[in-house]
Every structure is written in C-alpha cells, then in structure tokens.
Design a protein around this ligand. Structure first.
Ligand code: DGT
Ligand code: CA
Ligand code: CA
Ligand code: ZN
Length: 598
C-alpha cells in the first residue's frame, strides 16, 4: 500500500467514527495521522524496512496507529475498518459526497429521514422535509438540493489529474520493465493534462502482444481483467480505476498514440483535414482514402505510409506537431496552420513561487525550511504568504504578528546576503518577499489595513468566507480588492474545489477586465484540487492582457512540488513563459509590480 492509500484509510476511519458520533479526540487523531502520512516524502514501507527507524518517530503516529500501518503494509484487512463499514449504512457514504454534508449532518439525514440514496435526498429536499430537521432550515435545504446535483454529476467523480499522474507513472515504470516493450507512453486525458481524468490510457509499441498483456496483468494493483483482445486490454485497479492498454507495431505507434491521446474533438478536425487531402487517419496510421473504407478496416494488417511517430501523422495533414495539452479542438489547429503555436511554459521556466504558508498559520514548516526547500528546487525568490487574521481557524496573523514575521524575513534575507558575501557571490541564493494572504471580508474590504500592507512586498487577496453570497456581491468584493493599490494578485479566483465544491458565483469577465485595467495579476493555484484559474479562464485572462502568477499555495515543503500541476493548466491555456509573471527575474517582476502604481 502506498502512503496515499494508507492516508485514505485513516480519513475513512475518521469519517466513519464521526458519522457514528464518537469521541472528537479520537476522530482528530485519525485525521492528523492521515495528514502526516499523506505529507511524507519517504514511503512508509521504506521506513518500516529500515531497521534503524520506527513508524512511531513521526508526529501523531502512536503505537496503535503504527500497528495499523503495519497491518495495511502487509496487505491484511483492518478489522476496525471492516467493523466500522458494517456499522455504517452504505447510503451514508453517498450522502457524505455531497458538498457541505459532513459525517454529522449525514447521520441526521440517514437516521431521521431514512435517506438511502442521493435520489432520496433530492426528493426529501424538494418535499421540504429537510428544513424541518433541527439545525437545518430552508436555506440549508436549498443549498443541499443544489449540491446533490453537483454530487450526482459523473463529471465530479473523476480522478484528480495529480492522482492519475502518480498511477500512470507507476504503470509506465512497470511496463518499461517488460523486455517485449519497445516504446510506451501514457495517452488520453492524462496526457492532455486535463484537470480530472476518467480512465487511464496507455499505448505500447511491441511485436509480442501476449507478453506485454501478461506483464500488464501482473501489475500489483490489478483487481480484474475486464477485456483482453488482439490489441486492446482493459483492467480495473484497486480504487475502481480503469486502464485501457493498446499494443501496436512500431509502424503504428505514433498513429495510435495520436488517436488515443484525443481529444475526440481534436481528432475529428484532424480526420477532416486528412479527408481533404485524400487521406484516412486511424489508430494504425495514415492511408490513402482511395483504397476505400475497407482499407481502413484492414489497415492494422498493412504497413501504413505514415504512423510511426506523431510528427509523421501531423505532417501528413500539413501541420507541425501539436502539444497534447492543446488538443481540445479549440484554437490549436488554426495556431498550428499559421505557425503561431505558442512555446508552452515548462516547470523549469519558473523562477519563483509567490504563495505559501508556514507554521505561523496553517503550514507545517518554518520560514527557514520553506526557503531551504525553495533553494533545493532551484527557485530564485519566494513570497511567504500566511493567512490574515480573518482566517482564525488557521491562526491567521494580526498586525503585530505579521509585522514581526516581516522583521524575521528581513533578518533572514540579510543572513542569505551575508552568506553570499562570504562565499564570494554577488547575489544571495534566494530572496524571500514579505507577503501575506489577506482575506476579502464578507462586508467588503480586507482583513488588514493598507497602512500595514504597504510595509510588505507582496499581497495575495483571497476569498474564503461568505462564498454563497450573490454574484454581484462576490464580484464587487473581488473587484474592490483588485482596485486596492497594495494587492498584487487574486488567489484562487473562483474558489472551486474539484469534485468537492463548485466555484462561487462570480462574474469572471468583470474580474479579468478589472485585473487588466489595474495591472493586477491573477493566480493559477497549482493545488491539484484547486487548479484555479482553470485552463479556460487562464486563456481568457491572457487574451485580456492579464499576467498570470502560478503558485503552489504550499502548506509544507513538499507542497512546493505541486507546481507542475499548475503549469499543466497554464499549458492547456496556451501560456508561454512570458505570460507568467513568476518566470521573470525578481528585478523584472518588481517592474511589473510597480506597473500597479506602488
Ligand atoms: P477521459 O478518460 O474521460 O478522461 O477522457 P479521454 O479523452 O481519455 O477519453 P477516452 O479514454 O474515452 O479515450 C481516449 C482517447 O481515444 C480519446 O480522447 C479519443 C480516442 N477515442 C476513444 N474512443 C473513440 C471513439 O469512439 N472515436 C474517436 N474518434 N476517438 C476515440
Ligand atoms: Ca481516458
Ligand atoms: Ca479509455
Ligand atoms: Zn493560501
């Protein structure tokens, strides 16, 4: 079992205990353990195998939890979890998937109204039975009704790209270990970097289909083989993830990779261009159309004219190779045709990370830890942006604590400069900007006064409270923040949490326009659950001339590694390095910041 899977088990135990109304202390112990495990760099299996180390060395892992982790690592079932699952009705799990319905409320709904499905919950809301419950009311009922629709939508039950990516990397590693495999690539929505992924698609180049399929089936997490044909095999992994594998010959590998990367919309356009040229493109290659439809059907037995690489397929329809992230049937064909394909941003283009937390608020690590981790990742500058005082749950900073933190940052930068001098370098390895993530208050305004903000370097304004306010109100709050001369960037501008919570109701066109007008940046928050702005909004922002900032919003040193998820969205939006403010040197970034009139 991986750390993520063990963390998921602990989360589930916490939910089930909470559903049963058990001791809050016990529930929190499991939630804390889940967080600790999820955040570990090394694998628990590795720690356990190391005789010099103990699982109980980690914060929040006592002997009881350590025993449970060992059981899970052995692949044995956890009796406690099995008992809990039996004690909680299956419908409860479904109800808990509704945004805003935690285990406590779910329990009331199941016990008092006998809710046994999302349909039943929807009906109960429509019939006004939910508002009668203690602690619910008409407003809550209306919110639940809306969120049931969200939970029922299959679009909200897909894998996060980040989770899909971890799986794909392991599958590719596994397949590379098979001597019959010549080339192997992931395809489908994963390769296009879509925010969520339905199933995983993998394409293999091999002359020995049987050997590849046998090897594929031996992947440890394969639960069942759903289909095994001549070229295609589908399996189901633990966690209910489907993987489609295609095995083709070398001469068809590029064509198959192109075909199964999709999107369908993109491929329809490519096939149309092929037809105009008297060609037919399918997953086996490019063929002259003159040979008729039959030729396509028999194509896999013949050698195609082009198809060994994706470049050949695109060249056959008169186009340069198009990066997978752009293949959505939007503007990419026109760009390719006119030679205007952007050079998409890469993780290596980023010089700074401008949104992160420390243990002063809800982060796990210190300023020095975050700085060391940033240096290790080759960054030139970071901004420490802990929460402002409104976020009391996260121990948000008031004026005094913030100014103290900023003094600490000044001293820290000074020490980095001294170190540089002593090593004969002209500039420090890293510059830490004095930042803050202020909250846009429900009634308007920010949770720290301008007189404080002007003493810092970098202000992120985010909206965490009053998210269900009407569109005009939310939009006005955000535009007010944009118009504040001290605010450099709007953090996670739509507030959506993928699969969990829709964005708040906001007029993004107006927000983008205001950002363009004032020279305020908009963030692509790289957290895999946020990816906010998404690809479509980020593309709209670029068209309007707004500069984007891609930030990790890291709450620990490891969180800094999430940058690539944000970069993926930026690539889907067609952004080049120059469109993103934190690809610039600190000097150039400062110039961009001054454009706002600071
Ligand atoms: P997903 O899995 O829902 O996140 O999205 P995709 O894009 O990975 O879709 P999937 O797995 O159904 O198929 C992978 C690619 O294969 C898809 O993007 C285009 C291609 N493809 C699959 N089935 C068809 C089909 O029936 N017609 C065409 N034109 N293309 C297909
Ligand atoms: Ca797929
Ligand atoms: Ca598929
Ligand atoms: Zn944050």
């Amino acid at each position: 079992m991986t750390n993520a899977e063990i963390a998921a088990v602990f989360e589930e135990i916490a939910d089930l205990l909470e559903f049963k109304g058990e001791n809050a202390f016990r529930i929190r112990a499991y939630r804390n353990a889940a967080r600790t495990v999820e955040g570990m760099v090394e694998s628990l299996a590795g720690v356990r195998a190391d005789a010099t180390r103990k699982l109980t060395d980690f914060d929040g892992i006592g002997s009881d939890l350590a025993t449970k982790i060992e059981t899970l690592l052995d692949g044995s079932p956890l009796k406690m979890l099995e008992d809990l699952r039996k004690a909680v009705p299956a419908s409860a799990f479904e109800v808990m998937r509704v945004p805003g319905l935690g285990p406590k409320k779910a329990r009331i709904l199941v016990e008092q109204l006998g809710i046994d499905s999302l349909d039943a919950l929807e009906a109960a809301c429509q019939e006004g039975r939910v508002r009668e419950l203690k602690g619910f009311g008409a407003k809550t009922e209306a919110a639940i009704l809306e969120n049931v629709g969200f939970a029922k939508n299959p679009e909200n039950q897909r894998l996060l790209w980040y989770d899909a990516d971890l799986l794909v990397q392991r599958l590719l590693d596994h397949l590379r270990g098979c001597s019959a495999v010549t080339r192997v690539e992931g395809a489908g929505s994963w390769r296009r970097g879509k925010q969520t992924v339905g199933d995983l698609d993998i394409v293999v180049d091999s002359d020995n289909v049987a050997a590849v399929m046998d090897h594929f089936a031996s992947f440890a997490e394969v639960q069942s083989v759903m289909l095994r044909g001549d070229t295609k095999m589908s399996v189901r992994l633990t966690g209910d993830v489907q993987v489609d594998l295609r095995v083709v010959r070398a001469a068809s590998f590029g064509a198959a990779l192109q075909y199964f990367t999709g999107s369908k919309e993109h491929n329809v356009l490519i096939r149309g261009r092929a037809r105009d040229r008297g060609l037919s493109v399918n997953e086996y290659g490019v063929f002259p159309i003159a040979e008729g439809e039959k030729a396509a059907a028999a194509a896999r037995d013949r050698t195609p004219e082009h198809g060994g690489t994706e470049e050949e397929v695109y060249a056959a329809v008169g186009l340069p190779w198009i990066p997978p992230e752009l293949r959505e049937g939007r503007e990419e064909i026109a760009w390719a045709e006119e030679g205007r394909l952007p050079t998409l941003i890469t993780v290596d283009d980023l010089r700074g990370d401008l949104h992160m937390h420390t243990h002063a608020t809800d982060g796990e690590d210190s300023l020095a830890d975050m700085a060391a981790a940033a240096i290790a990742r080759g960054l030139d500058y970071i901004a420490i942006t802990d929460h402002g005082q409104r976020v009391s749950m996260a121990n948000g900073l008031n004026r005094t604590r913030l100014l103290k933190q900023w003094e600490e940052i000044d001293r820290f930068n000074e020490s980095l400069c001294e170190q540089a001098r002593s090593e004969g370098r002209r500039s420090p390895r890293l510059t830490v900007l004095k930042g803050i993530e202020v909250d846009m208050l429900e009634k308007g305004g920010l949770d720290l006064p301008d007189e404080v903000l002007q003493q810092g370097d970098w202000v992120v304004a985010s909206l965490h409270y009053g998210q269900s306010q009407p569109r005009e109100k939310i939009t006005a709050r955000i535009i007010e923040a944009i118009e504040n001369p001290h605010v450099q960037v709007i953090g996670h501008p739509t507030g959506r949490l993928i699969n969990r919570r829709p964005s708040y109701d906001v007029d993004m066109e107006a927000v983008i326009e205001a950002a363009a007008h004032t020279g305020t940046f908009l963030e692509i928050n790289a957290n895999p659950m946020r990816l906010d702005l998404d690809d479509v909004h980020a593309a709209a922002a670029r068209r309007a001339g707004v500069k984007i900032v891609i930030s990790t919003d890291a709450h620990s040193t490891r969180g800094l590694d999430l940058m690539r998820c944000g970069v993926m969205q930026a690539r889907r939006a067609g952004l080049a390095a120059a469109d993103v403010a934190n690809t610039h040197t600190l000097t150039a970034l400062r110039k961009l910041m001054h454009a706002k009139g600071r």
